[in-house]
Design a protein around this ligand. Structure first.
Ligand code: SOE
Length: 391
């Protein structure tokens, strides 16, 4: 399979949870959307030949590669899609950009601010020759969230005063849940903060169109030691013998001041029993409010304070109309969409931007800005002081 002018040949690194979600998106995007370039699922890369071959077959990739370097060196690859743990993002992304490949990189962009700076600089250099880079903050592409951003931009809730953002999961509430790579600082960079807190930082800034300028935070590790994970253990992985130290935060909370003066309260935890993937956002403005919960992701709650007080109040917008972002391509009104659709929308926007010769958002510079917020929360927790985030 080789790339032509009308195609975009993709090589993906990593094939676990995120690799499966991205594969489905590459496959589905051209089936439901009219794309200017046809994605080719050319090769998936990984070190274990048997597992990679199996992944290629199950996820629908035409071929395999033994390493990311192999993908980066191949002439028939136009874009490298990075679905690996954070400790590999910088190395792979920078190599791919320097080889002239477009890059889609899973979130958070990197494990440290320093790595993110190097990645953003590599992306800026590559952009000069038309090479594009995007970070996978996928929830931006949930239609109800994209609609929330549109309503804020249209002034429908007026001047934003408050942002309340929570990302709540419970998958390590059990102290005997294994020590997966997500609980190891050298692999993941941080814990709940970077893994899920990064999403609500990005979403809060995306919806408001504003920037977090200052934070005061606290990180907590409730369970300091866990059974070692069996090899390749994922979110629900099994334990092996022996125990190891948890080196990341289990939960993160922080206060924020946005550049505009709006106030934010953020919470990210994997210990909220009963909450599986609850991304809860509420924005209060001078003329109204918006509220969203990913566990009911087709709904956006909107209060218009300009309405007659006798009948005003939060109303549920069922975000399935063709007038809503992305939805004209899917099912008739009222026929709901799910988690995986965000990934498909991400591919649609990325392919469109590459074809148009524009930078797809969120850019690596946006990813760096989120990383700076995460770094400032860590510093704040450590020093017990407010921390500024440079513009
Ligand atoms: C695990 O907490 C995880 O898979 C995150 O890594 C994803 O970014 C989030 O969307 C769902 O939960």
């Amino acid at each position: 399979m080789s790339a032509t002018q009308d195609t975009l040949s993709v090589g993906m690194v990593g094939y676990a949870f995120m690799g499966a979600a991205h594969s489905q998106a590459w496959r589905n995007a051209p089936r439901f959307f009219d794309l200017p370039l046809r994605p080719l699922m050319t090769a998936v890369a990984g070190r274990d030949a048997t597992r990679v071959a199996r992944a290629a077959e199950v996820l629908g990739w035409a071929g395999t590669a033994g390493s990311y370097q192999e993908l980066v060196e191949r002439d028939d690859i136009d874009l490298v899609d990075i679905c690996t743990p954070g400790d590999t993002h910088a190395e792979i992304a920078i190599a791919a950009l320097e080889a002239g490949k477009h890059v889609l990189c899973e979130k958070p962009l990197a494990n440290t601010v320093e790595e993110a700076v190097a990645m953003a600089e590599a992306a800026e250099r590559a952009a000069a020759s038309g090479v594009r880079a995007m970070v996978g903050f996928t929830y931006r592409r949930v239609p109800a969230i994209a609609l929330a951003r549109r309503l804020v931009a249209e002034g429908r809730i007026g001047t934003v005063r408050h942002v309340r953002a929570q990302y709540l999961q419970d998958w390590i509430s059990d102290p005997e849940a294994p020590l997966s790579w997500r609980l190891q600082k050298e692999r993941a960079g941080s814990g709940a903060l970077g893994d899920i807190g990064a999403h609500i930082v990005d979403l809060a800034q995306f919806i408001t169109g504003d920037r977090i300028g200052e934070v005061s935070g606290h990180l907590e590790t409730f369970v300091k030691e866990r059974p070692l994970a069996a090899e390749h253990a994922g979110l629900s992985g099994t334990a092996s013998s022996g125990r190891g130290a948890v080196t990341v935060d289990d939960a993160a909370m922080f206060l924020a001041r946005f550049a505009s003066g709006a106030l934010g309260v953020f919470e990210a935890t994997r210990f909220a029993q009963g909450r599986k993937n609850a991304i809860r956002l509420e924005v209060n403005g001078s003329r109204g409010s918006l509220a969203f919960d990913f566990e009911d992701m087709n709904l956006l709650h909107f209060h218009d304070a300009d309405e007659d007080p006798a009948t005003a109040g939060f109303r549920r917008i069922v975000v399935t109309e063709p007038e809503h972002p992305y939805l004209a391509a899917w099912w008739p009104p009222g026929h709901l969409i799910g988690y995986e659709h965000g990934f498909t929308h991400q591919v649609v926007d990325l392919v469109g931007a590459i074809h148009a010769g524009e930078d797809p958002t969120p850019t690596f510079a946006d990813g760096l800005q989120v990383q700076r917020v995460l770094g400032a929360v860590e510093q704040s927790s450590h020093k017990r002081t407010w921390q500024e985030i440079p513009a």
